[in-house]
Ligand binder design. Sequence first.
Ligand code: TRP
Length: 453
Amino acid sequence: MKTESNNQRGAWGSRLAFILAASGSAVGLGNIWKFPYIVGENGGGAFVLVYLVCVLVIGAPIMLAEFTLGRKTNLNPVGAFDQIKPKSPWIGIGFMGVLAGFLILSFYGVVGGWTFAYVVKSITGSVLAFSSPKEAGEFFGSFIANTGEVLFYHALFMGACVGIVIRGVHGGIEKACNILMPMLAAILFLLMIRSLTLDGAMEGVAFYLRPDFGKINTNVVLIALGQAFFSLSLGMGAMITYGSYLSDKEDLTSCTLYVVMFDTLIALLVGMVIFPAVFAMGLEPAEGPGLVFSVLPTVFAGMPLGQGVAIIFFILLAIAAITSGISLLEVVVAYFIDQRGWERKRAVPVISLIIFALGVPSGLSFGMMADVKLFGMNFFDNVDNIASNYLLPIGGLLTAIFVSWVWGTKNIHLEIEKHDNKPNFFWARSWEFLIRYITPIAIGIVFITKVFR
Ligand code: TRP
C-alpha cells in the first residue's frame, strides 16, 4: 500500500537527488544574502564558530527528526503528525508549518524577484554604474520602491516556481536541483578564485577567519541560532515534506550529515567570496542587509572583469532563491494533495496565485505602502517577523518535543535503522541526548529571550 501511494505522490529518483533537493532548499538567500552580513556585523570568525556549534548541536538533530517523520509517514507535515498521533492537538504543528510556508514564500518571492531583476540589471550594466555603496544603495532603494518593476519580477519568480513544482517531485524539483545545484557550486568556486586573487584580499580573509571573542554575547548567540534554523530550512516541515518522498532503503543519518555539511560549506564559501572583495575595495564589512545589493555592485564595478562577475553572482543568487522557493511551495502543495485530494496540476497554480497575492503588499512595502505600518513595521517585516521569529522556532521546539517525548526515540531508531542502516552507537546516543534535552532547551531560551526582551 505504501508503494502505491508513493507512486502517486512521487518519489526521488536516487539518494543523490534527494540530497541535492534538500540542499537546494537549505541553500538560499539565507546563506548568500543574510549570512555574510550578520557575520560582518557580529565580529567575523567568532560568530562563525558559534554558528557552527548551533548547526551541529541544534540544527542537525532537528533535520534528522524532520526527515524521519516524513519518511516514516510518507506525508506532508499535517498528515505526518496526524498519522503518528491521530486526532491529537499535535496536528497543530503541521498546520503551523503549512501556514509558515505560505507566509515565508509570500515575502521570499519578493526578494527572489529582486535577484531576477539584478541579473537583468547587471547584464544591461545599470547596477554597475556607481562608485560608492551609497549611490548603489540609492539605486537599490529606488528600484524596490518601483511598483511595476517589483511586481513584474515577483510574478516572474513565482512563475518559475510554478513551472518547476507543477512537474512534480521527480520530473520537476529533482531535475531542476540536479542541474542548478552543481551550477551553483561551480559558480561559487569561480567567484571565490576571482575574489581571493584581488589585491588586498587577505585582509578580508583575516577578518573572516580571526575570531574576536570579545564580540560574543547572548544576543550574538541568539542570532546564530536563528540563522542556523532559517538556513537549514527547519521548523516548518519543509524537510518532513522532502523526507516523505525518500525511499526506505536510504540511510537518513548520512543524508542529514551531507545536507548540513553542504549548506554550511556554501555559507562559509560565500564569506570567502564577499569579505576578500569588500576589503580589497576598501569598503566596510558591517554594512548590514544592503551588503549584497548595494555594496557588492560597487565592488564589482571596481574590479577587473567586474560585469561578468556581477552577472554570474546574481545568477547564483537567483538559483539559490529558486531552489528554496520551490521547497516552500511544495510544503503547501503537498498538504492540499495529500489531505484535500487536490490534483497537483490544480494545486500548484491556485496556491501560487494566492501566495503571490499575499506577497503583493510585501512587494510594495518599500514603495507605495512604505508608510503603512503595524507594530512599527511595514507589511514585509511583519510577515517575516511572524513567520521567522515565531512560527519557525515554535515549530522547531514542538517538533523536537513531539519526536523525542511523544513519538519516542525508540520509534525513531526503528525508522532510522530500517534495512540495517545501523548508525553507530555513539552517534545514536548523542543524537538522542541532543534532541531530548539540549535542542528544546536551547530553542526555548532563544524564543523566550526574543519575545520578552
Ligand atoms: N533555507 C532557505 C535559505 O537559507 C530558506 C528556506 C527555504 C526556509 N525553505 C525553508 C527557511 C523552510 C525555513 C523553513 O534561504
